[in-house]
Design a binder for this molecule. Structure first.
Ligand code: 13P
Length: 251
């Protein structure tokens, strides 16, 4: 039987000032104290990371970033390095979110560079993959996912992928209230785990965590988490409120 500890991660996207973020994080810490059946992570905007770290340091809530850049430093206006993220207290980083691909020109190739940079720095990358509604309708879901994961993980060694987390986020389910059914999520998660098995090892496929993201709420998380290949959730909207997110954590 797999021994994958679930990870419930909150992606706060471009929401909350520093003080708002600290307030939510402080409430969350209280609400999820002792919830040790799952790992908890929140990813506030860059500007709130250091402040939020003071609220979560030493607790069971980990800190993550929503993006990174692959250079260590230099003339790259507006970008943030792994060293900067780690000095702000981050242990995790979300990479290749569909909103970054859609609005900021991220490609599978840039995602690959970012994953490599995160791994080399010792940050835990959460690699986001997922198809659009049109791609699903045209029966291209698996070929799209195949391409995203194949290029995203290009030249990564077994030990590099060992710490990685994959998040399946169907674009049509993000912020729409239209969650994938538990069967749809399971089908894709099984496919992704099979891909890892085929391209790495059966042991890695068994241990890698695959999160589902897309309109996860307190009332649908239990059914999703009951699926054998769903190992957690990447939550957007419902992670912004500490009370609501804590209910998801305690699914
Ligand atoms: P929602 O939970 O708001 O659908 O967002 C999902 C998401 O994009 C998490 O990264």
């Amino acid at each position: 039987m797999p021994t994958r500890k679930p990870l419930i991660a909150g992606n706060w996207k471009m929401f909350k000032t520093g003080s708002e973020a600290v307030e939510t994080a402080g409430k969350l810490v209280e609400l999820v104290k002792g919830a040790d059946h799952t790992e908890v992570m929140i990813a506030p905007p860059f500007t709130a990371l250091s402040q939020v770290f003071t609220a979560v340091k030493g607790t069971n809530v980990a800190l993550g970033a929503q993006n990174l850049f692959w250079e260590a430093e230099g003339a790259f206006t507006g970008e943030i390095s792994t060293g900067m993220l780690q000095s702000a207290g981050c242990t995790h980083v979300i990479i290749g979110h569909s909103e970054r691909r859609q609005f900021f020109g991220e490609t599978d190739q840039s995602v690959n560079k970012k994953i490599k940079t995160a791994v080399a720095a010792g940050l835990i990358p959460i690699l986001c993959v997922g198809e659009s509604e049109k791609e699903r309708d045209e029966n291209k879901t698996f070929s799209i996912l195949d391409k995203q994961i194949k290029i995203g993980l290009k030249n990564l060694l077994l030990e590099d992928v060992a710490t990685l987390v994959i998040a399946y986020e169907p674009i049509w389910a993000i912020g729409t209230g239209k969650t994938a059914t538990k069967e749809q999520a399971q089908e894709v998660h099984r496919y992704l785990r099979g891909w890892i098995d085929k391209n790495y090892t059966a042991a890695l496929a068994e241990s890698i965590r695959i999160l589902y993201g897309g309109s996860v709420k307190p009332d649908n998380v239990t059914a999703l988490m009951a699926m054998p290949d769903v190992d957690g959730a990447l939550v957007g909207g419902a992670s912004l409120d500490a009370e609501t997110f804590s209910k998801i954590v305690k699914f």
